[in-house]
Design a protein around this ligand. Structure first.
Ligand SMILES: [Zn+2]
Length: 155
C-alpha cells in the first residue's frame, strides 16, 4: 500500500523505502534520530530527537535544548511542534521520538503530551524508539493522554 503522505515529504523519504505504516514509522524515527544529534544537552547528556509529520507531508524536527537553569529546558517534541506551528502548520498526523536506550526508549513527557493534544487528533500516531536502535513502540495520542485538558468540551 503506498503512502501518499510520506511520498510528498522529500525529507522523510530520502533513501528510505516508501510503503505502509511500518515504513513510515521507520522513516520518521530515522529523522528523529538524526535530529537528536543536534541536541543541546550538556547537563544531562540525554539526547532526544523528534520528527513531526504534518497532513501536508512536511516533516518538522526538533531536539531537546537544555538550559543552565534546568527549568527552562525544552523537550525535542515541543521544539518540533513550535517550529511547525510558527510556520503555519497545525495539522499533525504523526510524531516520532528517538531517545534513551533500545530497552528504555524515551516516551513523551506529560507536558509534551498536553501540547500535542492542542493540535493532534486522538488517533494521531506516536512512535518512539531508542536513540540508536531498538524496536519502535507504536501508540496514539489518545492512549498517551486520556482525558486531556481542553477549554472547549467539543474538541
Ligand atoms: Zn517533553
Amino acid at each position: 500500500m503506498s503512502d501518499p503522505v510520506l511520498s510528498r515529504s522529500p525529507v522523510a523519504t530520502a533513501g528510505l523505502p516508501s510503503g505502509g505504516g511500518f515504513c513510515r514509522a521507520a522513516a520518521l524515527i530515522g529523522e528523529a534520530r538524526r535530529a537528536a544529534a543536534l541536541a543541546y544537552a550538556p547537563y544531562s547528556h540525554y539526547q532526544v530527537g523528534a520528527a513531526l509529520l504534518t497532513a501536508s507531508g512536511e516533516v518538522f524536527t526538533g531536539c531537546n535544548v537544555e538550559n543552565a537553569s534546568y527549568g527552562l529546558t525544552l523537550c525535542a517534541e515541543r521544539v518540533a511542534v513550535f517550529k511547525a506551528v510558527s510556520q503555519g502548520n497545525t495539522d499533525f498526523v504523526a510524531l516520532a521520538i528517538a531517545g534513551g536506550s533500545a530497552t528504555a526508549p524515551a516516551a513523551p513527557c506529560g507536558a509534551c503530551r498536553q501540547v500535542l493534544a492542542e493540535f493532534g487528533k486522538p488517533d494521531m500516531s506516536v512512535w518512539f524508539a531508542g536513540l540508536a536502535n531498538g524496536p519502535i513502540t507504536t501508540t496514539t495520542l489518545a492512549e498517551l493522554l486520556p482525558h486531556s485538558f481542553a477549554l472547549s468540551p467539543e474538541k
